[in-house]
Design a binder for this molecule. Structure first.
Ligand code: NAP
Ligand code: ZN
Length: 353
């Protein structure tokens, strides 16, 4: 049994505060990871405040984990002590259903075990824990099948956010064919959005950022965008009507889908990855009129996550971060809500010890 430090929300209304927890010794096939860094995803904020409902407490958020292997269980073949590794949004799945066999463990038909707030359905649990605890902690024990290797070219702190933000953008960009000769829009220049710009640019696409913040224009261009549209500017929106092949929508709050869909060309697609807690409305005429596709996407599988990390390492793509001590998590949440982040907060786990 390993004693670990963590930061947790005791209830949906409580600020995050220090908590001690126990991690299990690695069972056969598992590795114990010494967490160095953990990114702060907007999903963490949705969960810690129970905005989606059904969140068990205490909640130790964190699914953008980067660290090194500290110990391995019997039969671990893929990782050795000291290896640089990451863990994203999931820690287990049934491994037998069609989705798991297709490398879509995040859509396990028997239930994916998420990195935090989930019942451990298939493997061992941490001592005394009824649900999983995430990466705002100093250590985690995970099956080697849900661990990915962080290439040497990626510093661990800049790599951490890629375990969720990176794969969440890479997967739909690949699935919908972002590449040379294709015009891609990214809505929202936050944690997900800035990774989307970098990855779409590295894939060779023409990238347009659609933002509510005119002040982010220069940054967007620096990150690799070819054009920027300020969504509140009706003339800019009109001028770009039916011009984009694909849009990935990362917005975390309720917004007007029809207004953004108007930018999508005949038979193009708008893929939702943002998860506002409320329902979104879309006009049938917006979809039917141009045979448009309105789709969703949920992170990516483990093999695809490794592919994304290797692709990003080869193209010099990593997250722009603001490193914070754990004691500033609540302040970071407040700033995230205001859109005041460039472009991902990352917790330095050493500050928990
Ligand atoms: P974030 O860093 O807060 O970025 C969200 C961005 O959306 C903001 O920076 C802002 O960009 C824009 N925005 C915010 N409120 C808006 C509004 N009312 N109207 C229009 N634009 C608005 O959040 P994130 O970590 O990137 O996460 C974004 C969303 O994706 C969250 O809901 C999160 O839960 C979800 N998520 C989904 C997946 C998945 O697998 N599907 C994975 C991770 C996260 P501008 O200032 O540029 O307008
Ligand atoms: Zn996330």
């Amino acid at each position: 049994m390993i004693s670990a430090k963590a930061f947790a929300a005791a209830t949906a209304r409580a600020p995050l505060a220090p908590m001690d927890l126990k991690r299990r010794d690695p069972a056969p096939g598992e590795v114990l990871i010494d967490i160095h860094y953990c990114g702060i995803c907007h999903s963490d904020l949705h969960c810690a405040r129970d905005e989606w409902g059904g969140q068990p407490f205490p909640c130790v958020p964190g699914h953008e984990i980067a660290g090194t292997v500290a110990a391995i269980g019997a039969g671990v073949t893929r990782y050795a002590i000291g290896d640089r590794v990451g863990v994203g949004c999931m820690v287990d799945s049934c491994g037998e259903c069609d989705a798991c066999k297709a490398g879509l463990e995040q859509h396990c038909q028997k239930g994916t075990v998420w990195t935090y707030g989930a019942t451990p359905l298939y493997g061992p649990a941490d001592p005394g824990a009824a649900h999983t605890f995430g990466g705002y902690s100093t250590a985690i024990t995970v099956s080697q099948d849900f661990v990915v290797r962080i290439p040497d070219a990626l510093p661990l702190d800049h790599a951490a956010p890629m375990l969720c933000a990176g794969i969440t953008m890479y997967s739909p960009l690949k699935r919908f064919g972002a590449g040379k000769g294709r015009k891609v829009g990214i809505i929202g220049l936050g944690g997900l959005g800035h990774m989307g710009v970098k990855i779409a640019h590295a894939l060779g696409a023409h990238v347009t950022v659609i933002t509510t913040s005119r002040s982010k224009t220069a940054d967007a261009l620096k990150l690799g965008a070819d054009a920027v549209i300020v969504s509140a500017d009706a003339a800019e929106m009109r001028a770009a009507a039916t011009s984009l092949d694909l849009i990935v929508d990362t917005v975390s709050a309720v917004h007007d889908i029809d207004a953004y869909m108007a930018l999508v060309r005949l038979e193009g697609a708008l893929v939702l990855v943002g998860l506002p807690p409320e329902h979104l409305k879309v006009s049938p005429f917006t979809l039917v009129g141009q045979r448009r596709i309105f789709a969703g996407s949920n992170i990516g599988g483990i093999a695809e996550t490794q592919e994304m990390l290797d692709f990003c390492a080869a193209h010099g793509v990593m997250s722009d971060i603001e490193l914070i001590p754990a004691q500033k998590i609540n302040e970071a949440y407040a700033r995230l809500e205001r859109g005041d982040v460039k472009y991902r907060f990352v917790i330095d786990s050493a500050t928990m010890k």
